[in-house]
Design a protein around this ligand. Structure first.
Ligand SMILES: C=C1C[C@]23C[C@@]1(O)CC[C@H]2[C@@]12CC[C@H](O)[C@@](C)(C(=O)O1)[C@H]2[C@@H]3C(=O)O
Ligand SMILES: O=C(O)CCC(=O)C(=O)O
Ligand SMILES: [Fe+2]
Length: 331
């Protein structure tokens, strides 16, 4: 058990424990093999921007092997892990998230995943076993993400059906992968019933994020009614969320969901693995013309993913990053 004095926690964000709300119908669960999947995906992305995917086709063996390798990595001594950091933005990070002063009860590895498997981009991974576990997992998760994006295009009635997936399939796709380890919270007495933040509230900037975690809770999503809903952990499924770029490409029809992670209770740790599928740097991010109805306004300025990313890296985690890219409405 980690016992800390109150003072040692001063730099971390601690929130009043709030009563969790549950979605009236729960978090949407979509079976990738269901013939209705395309419509259910569109519905979930419009209503919440978040859903659980089952029968996803990613071999369980890849998932458990990567989890075991990640556990091994995070169990190394601090001095060894520090040799893989600090993140610039890729590499090993501890407590600090991003370059602008955000902190959390977390340590992580952030990796670049381009489409030409390149071991050098994983040079912070200590062993060949770890590298190959990451590579196998990412290849399988990407394939599943392409399928989801193609079903999404079908459900939206847009053509060609690879209009979204091609951005992730592109050799220059700017995608990344993150392994997050949230150690057990320190002694509850020091926290006096409050919650320590593991990963502060934010939206993901990319097109789509694909998340898998171990059996420890902590992830929450922000609902339209202003409350936070806990996401029950499920080791064998994936949770997918809409990112900012997809919100723009659908002219606001899909919602980039705000989420956060509370640090685990004493004696448990949370391990999550997230693939963030992003477009190439020079790709223009703009509402897909067929999705802007005749009398509807285009809500966003035209910008490239590179411009958005640059601006995102100047922001704090909880900032509303899309604000600067919205068109101002004439009075
Ligand atoms: C505070 C920050 C960390 C972040 C870059 C940023 O300046 C704002 C966005 C953050 C985020 C959230 C989703 C992903 O975890 C991430 C890798 C991303 O692309 O945007 C992180 C960035 C990061 O940790 O470097
Ligand atoms: O660890 C989690 O469950 C979520 C992490 C997250 O939101 C992120 O890495 O962007
Ligand atoms: Fe996130």
């Amino acid at each position: 058990m980690v016992v800390l004095e109150q003072r040692a926690l001063e730099h971390f964000k601690i929130i009043k424990a709030c009563k969790p709300t549950n979605l009236p119908c729960g978090i949407p669960v979509i079976d990738l093999t269901d013939p209705e999947a395309k419509n259910l995906i569109v519905h979930a992305c419009q209503e919440i921007g978040f859903f659980k995917l089952v029968n996803h086709g990613v071999p369980m063996e890849f998932i458990t092997r990567l989890e075991a390798e990640a556990v091994k990595f995070f169990s190394l001594t601090q001095a060894v892990k520090d040799t893989a950091g600090p993140p610039d933005p890729f590499g090993y990070g501890n407590k600090r998230i991003g370059p602008n002063g955000d902190v959390g009860w977390i340590e992580y590895l952030l990796l670049n995943t381009n489409n030409n498997p390149d071991i050098s981009s994983h040079n912070s991974l200590a062993s060949q076993n770890f590298r190959s576990a990451v590579d196998d997992y990412i290849v399988a998760v990407k394939k599943m993400a392409y399928e989801v994006l193609e079903l999404m295009a079908d459900g939206l009635g847009i053509e060609p059906r690879n209009v979204l997936s091609r951005l992730l399939k592109d050799d220059k796709s700017d995608s990344c992968f993150r392994l997050n380890h949230y150690p057990p919270s320190p002694d509850w007495q020091a926290l006096s019933g409050k919650n320590l933040i593991g990963f502060g509230e934010h939206t993901d900037p990319q097109i789509i994020s694909v998340l898998r975690s171990n059996n420890t809770s902590g992830l929450q999503i922000f609902l339209k009614d202003g409350t936070w809903a806990p996401v029950p952990p499920d080791q064998s499924s994936f949770y997918l969320n809409v990112g900012d770029a997809l919100q723009v490409m659908t002219n606001g029809r899909f919602k980039s969901v705000k989420h956060r992670v509370l640090a685990p209770e004493t004696n448990t740790s949370r391990l999550s693995m997230v693939y963030f599928g992003g477009p190439p740097m020079n790709e223009k991010i703009a509402p897909l013309p067929t999705l802007v109805e005749k009398e509807e306004e285009n809500l966003y300025k035209v910008f490239t993913w590179g411009e958005y990313k640059k601006s995102a890296y100047k922001s704090r985690l909880s900032d509303y990053r899309l604000g600067r890219f919205e068109k101002t409405v004439p009075l």
